[in-house]
Design a protein around this ligand. Structure first.
Ligand code: C5P
Length: 233
């Protein structure tokens, strides 16, 4: 059979930024466009997979045949991801999850205080969604876990570290220091690393700058091949 065929497979993908509320009208977020995650969802659906796309707030159309689950905060994304991961074969964490959220969300709009030129916000760490799911081995076999790593230096070392520390099967590393690539851009380049699993050796694949659509297709194909190799099919 085609080593990259995805018929009968369930794929869950997180995408976009998260939005962390401060009060009823304000939030903390980042500039993630969601383009890479949506391109991955499209590529997986085209391979025949059943795709669930868990997305933070983005201005993108849902790819054909993809089930979209809209979320806002990291905690909301974690809940949706945990539910979706239960019966998933492949889980790809492409979201730019906010590292911190407000310790307390103000019930009413935070007011300027006269005579005070500074405001202190106390933030607490958000859960690491992909690491939480990778660690959770209860129930059905854990999905094949793919994470992303955006780095400005020592790409391979930090990516390898992320692979190990978050207990992932594969990591897609982007050098975000290169002009015109990555965040918000149409194109991207990547270094894909995977670990040794059940008798199959570790490996790497260097993907030169190309459209996010082309890159997504290769990433999905590579993940499916590793997944099939692991399952011995
Ligand atoms: O640690 P860092 O944010 O660089 O890791 C990036 C990878 O981890 C991405 O796959 C991202 O989707 C995932 N992540 C996550 N939950 C977080 C932070 C990152 O799932 N709170």
């Amino acid at each position: 059979s085609d080593a990259a065929d995805a018929h009968g497979m369930v794929v869950t993908i997180t995408a976009g930024p998260t939005r962390e509320p401060l009060d009823p009208v304000r939030y903390l977020s980042n500039h993630s466009s969601g383009k890479m995650g949506f391109a991955l969802a499209k590529a997986a659906a085209e391979r025949g997979a059943r795709v669930r796309l868990i997305s933070g707030p983005v201005a993108l159309e849902t790819p054909a045949g993809v089930e979209r689950i809209d979320v806002e905060s990291a905690v909301g994304m974690l809940e949706a991801a945990q539910e979706a991961a239960v019966d998933s074969d492949l889980f790809i964490g492409c979201a730019a999850v906010a590292d911190y959220r407000a310790e307390q969300v103000a019930e009413h709009k935070i007011k300027k205080t006269a005579g005070d030129d500074a405001l202190t916000l106390r933030l607490v760490k958000n859960p690491d969604i992909i690491a939480t799911i990778a660690k959770n081995t209860a129930g059905k076999a854990r999905p094949f876990m793919v994470g992303f790593a955006a780095e400005t230096r020592e790409l391979e070392r930090y990516a390898q570290d992320k692979l190990n520390r978050k207990n992932l099967d594969m990591v897609v590393a982007n050098d975000v220091g290169q002009a015109g690539l990555g965040f918000g851009a149409e194109d991207n380049a990547a270094l894909v690393l995977w670990r040794e699993t059940e008798g199959t050796p570790p490996g790497r694949l260097e993907l030169p700058p190309q459209s996010k659509g082309a890159l997504a297709a290769t990433i999905i194909e590579t993940a499916l091949k590793r997944l099939h190799a692991r399952q011995g099919s």
